[in-house]
Design a protein around this ligand. Structure first.
Ligand SMILES: CC(C)(COP(=O)([O-])OP(=O)([O-])OC[C@H]1O[C@@H](n2cnc3c(N)ncnc32)[C@H](O)[C@@H]1OP(=O)([O-])[O-])[C@@H](O)C(=O)NCCC(=O)NCCSC(=O)C[C@@](C)(O)CC(=O)[O-]
Length: 304
């Protein structure tokens, strides 16, 4: 199989990993998680989201977190934040985020449930965000949720992914994330979603975002690699879920992806030995089982 020689890991655990946590996670713990990820070699991460705290209370400390980050900023790291509208963009700008994420959906119903507007209305909201970000020299990433399946509508046609990709690219998204929000995708379906996006954007500017709800995420990454996709959103310890996608479990665990990629001779720049401790620390704090099988196996070996 022809696969990329190196892959960029985008760890989304501080945002996607924690947004659905019921217990309040102190800002200092989020900051510690971010610093641990960076120490383990992560060069790009989703720090937080500038969304309504009524909709996602866990991200309500976005300003405080960005303030902490800015006191110890690592210039080589890309700090991304989610911005659903201009109000969110103002937060991103104030705290000098490196990238804003405009997050749309391939499913009409999910768009309504998640951001309270239709797909077309969301594009209208995102357009000024993308324009303002470009003017300020901030990167713009578009993410398409429910690119394979939707908790409300079931299977999603690749033509929907193509449509939303085109709309996002037309308003200025430089990158498209193809997201399997509820982890129902299997390799051929995921390939079809990616190929739909590839009609409108080069594969080098596409990332995969695969939740592991049905245990398909590594297979989906493998199949995406074969298409040349070289960027993946992952979450340390497999943390995560979307508050507006019932039953959605965590993202594929960063440790599992790194283990697979390194085993294939693909460089990630991540130090797996350090990363497993970062995942275990946050799992311990949350009182959760570590969702990474590779981390559990490696940590058990250390105790032998
Ligand atoms: C988009 C809105 C705001 C629309 O929500 P709305 O109610 O339609 O918006 P609105 O403009 O009418 O404003 C309502 C209230 O929210 C405030 N507001 C408005 N905007 C902001 C903002 N940016 N920051 C802070 N506050 C804001 C606004 O000021 C007002 O406050 P009030 O007058 O009631 O006190 C809302 O639906 C929302 O915040 N949704 C968040 C959804 C979310 O974060 N979902 C999880 C992330 S997406 C995801 O996880 C999927 C992904 C990306 O990981 C990929 C995948 O797996 O698929």
């Amino acid at each position: 199989m022809n696969v990329p020689g190196s892959v960029q890991i985008i760890d989304v655990s501080p945002r996607d990993g924690l947004q659905n946590e019921k217990q309040t996670v102190p800002t200092e713990i989020k900051f510690e998680l971010i610093e641990g990820l960076i120490d383990a070699g992560i060069k790009k991460l989703e720090a937080t989201s500038f969304v309504s705290p009524k909709w996602v209370p866990q991200m309500g400390d976005n300003s405080e977190l960005m303030q902490l980050i800015n006191q110890a900023r690592h210039p080589e790291v890309c700090y991304s934040v989610l911005t659903p509208n201009m109000r969110g963009f103002e937060g991103a700008l104030k705290f000098a985020a490196d990238e804003v994420v405009i997050f749309g959906s391939a499913s009409e119903t999910f768009s309504q449930k998640n951001i309270n507007c239709s797909i077309d209305e969301s594009i209208e909201r995102f357009a000024p965000v993308a324009a303002a970000a470009k003017a300020a020299g901030i990167k713009v990433r578009g993410v398409i949720s429910c690119a394979v399946g939707c908790p409300y509508e079931g299977e999603i046609a690749p033509s929907q992914v193509a449509y939303v990709t085109k709309r996002l690219v037309d308003i200025g998204a430089e990158h498209i994330g193809v997201a399997d929000t509820i982890g129902v995708g299997t390799p051929i379906k995921v390939q079809n979603a990616l190929k739909a996006a590839m009609q409108y954007i080069d594969v080098k500017d596409i990332s995969g975002h695969f939740h592991d709800t049905y245990g398909q995420a590594l297979a989906n990454i493998l199949t995406s690699l074969s298409l040349g996709v070289a960027q993946y959103d992952t979450s340390v310890a497999g943390l995560g879920g979307c508050p507006y996608a019932k039953g959605a479990t965590g993202n594929v665990a960063t440790e599992d992806v790194v283990y697979m990629l390194h085993g294939m001779g693909i460089d990630t720049g991540v130090d797996l030995d350090k990363l497993i401790h970062v995942g275990q620390r946050i799992s311990d704090f949350l009182g959760r089982n570590n969702g990474s099988r590779a981390a559990k196996a490696l940590l058990a070996k250390l105790q032998d």
